[in-house]
Design a protein around this ligand. Sequence first.
Ligand SMILES: C[S@@+](CC[C@H](N)C(=O)[O-])C[C@H]1O[C@@H](n2cnc3c(N)ncnc32)[C@H](O)[C@@H]1O
Length: 267
Amino acid sequence: MEKSPLGPFELDTLYHGDALDLLPLIPGGSIDLIVTDPPFAIDFRAQRLNYNRTGANVLEGYAEIAPDEYGSFTSRWLREAFRVLSDSGSIYLFSGWNRLRDVLCGIDSAGFHTINHLIWKYQFGVFTRKKYVTSHYHILFAVKDPHDYTFNKMEHYPEDVWVINREYWKGKKKTPTKLPGEIVRKILFYSSNPGDIVLDPFLGSGTVAAVCRENGRHYLGFELVEDYYRFASERISNDKSLAMRKKCQGMPGKKKRTDHENAEGEI
Ligand SMILES: C[S@@+](CC[C@H](N)C(=O)[O-])C[C@H]1O[C@@H](n2cnc3c(N)ncnc32)[C@H](O)[C@@H]1O
């Protein structure tokens, strides 16, 4: 039998368990891209209504990290993330603003070079009475080697603020947070190629794995909460039509030049 490039893990498989225990088992240099939104150390009970007004449809059990442990948790998993990435590998890490300091420190101390600090602007920020409604996340795009990483420039003028709507999952069971497929697709097209191996150590509903499968990327993923792990696994295996389409599809074409694109200079 052929040996898996992922050591004890099979390609295109999701695992139930703690990322802090499972990451050290991945062979060094075996992953091309990590796309993940880890727990943010915030209270998601308040955010359950983000996607849909029916809280009863949201699966219980979201595993959060205590605020005073967030820094060490983040540094631990980011050190492993750095080790498992290939020399030309990249990471896209989603973060809320409240623990951003820990995330930025963890990225630096693991040895990554930050290439972009992207802002994702979404709709459905949670209503507030005495402060502004938070309607953005940070996405840190960082690499191991700033001179050697995948960047398939899909647009002439790719800006670092992404306005992408969350998706409605009306009437369906769901986990309390879920990335839109569109944002994961954009990351995959820019920073990976068909056949690359993509890791999400904090799967939630499994969006990263599902979009990888749809677009001909290999995936590996971990999730601590058993119900979420089952939800993600069922989502992947139920999607037979996607399984048939392992080839990269729907790459956005080059857009017409806009006024912005006449700006001079490049970094
Ligand atoms: C923000 S959610 C991910 C959402 C996901 N991107 C999606 O689209 O559905 C973070 C997930 O990490 C899981 N988690 C928390 N601590 C973990 C750990 N130590 N190992 C693995 N998963 C963990 C949580 O249960 C939660 O499902």
